[in-house]
Write a protein that binds this ligand. Structure first.
Ligand code: HEM
Length: 142
């Protein structure tokens, strides 16, 4: 009975639950015509079989081999079809430690701007309070 229930619940599960993570240095090794991997938006794609089929040519893909091709992929303004095609070459995700590098860099700069974003109003309020107090004490004197 219990076994039956167990297999029943397994059937409902998607097989995509297991994610393979790759370090960027691992991806970087796949940069020859024998094997080409690229990273787009933190996902790793094995595009070896796609090289000869790419409407934009093999050369542009070889230039990005083993690298993060997000920018060049987006710059071209690929169609939705092209984005759908990507899925069939998916092999895994960039390892979280390699992604953190990107994130902490960007969140670092974002935080710097948050800091100045709330510092400006705070300084403004303090200045207003000082001016107000000064103004009130002047009024009391006269
Ligand atoms: C696996 C990843 C990629 C897929 C599935 C893909 C797919 C496609 C497809 C389907 C097209 C035809 C136009 C469209 O539907 O948008 C295209 C065109 C093109 N792709 Fe890619 N592409 C990939 C990666 C790249 C990369 C990394 C570059 C880097 C520069 C690139 C550069 C181009 C260029 C230059 C064109 C020609 C655009 C034109 O003639 O208007 N593609 N690609």
């Amino acid at each position: 009975m219990a076994a039956e229930g167990g297999s029943g619940s397994m059937e409902g599960k998607e097989p995509q639950a297991v994610v393979t993570y790759y370090r960027l240095e691992e991806v970087a090794k796949r940069n020859s015509e024998k094997e080409v991997w690229i990273v787009i938006h933190g996902r790793v794609y094995d595009i070896t079989a796609f090289l000869g089929e790419h409407p934009g040519g093999e050369e542009v893909l070889m230039e990005q081999a083993g690298r993060d091709a997000t920018e060049s992929f987006e710059d071209v303004g690929h169609s939705l079809d092209a984005k759908e095609m990507l899925k069939q070459y998916y092999v895994g995700e960039v390892h979280p430690s390699d992604r953190e590098g990107e994130r902490s860099e960007s969140s670092g700069s974002a935080c710097r701007s948050c800091w100045s974003n709330w510092m400006i109003p705070v300084v403004g309020v303090v200045l207003l309070a000082v001016i107000y107090r000064f103004y009130m004490s002047e009024n009391k004197l006269s």
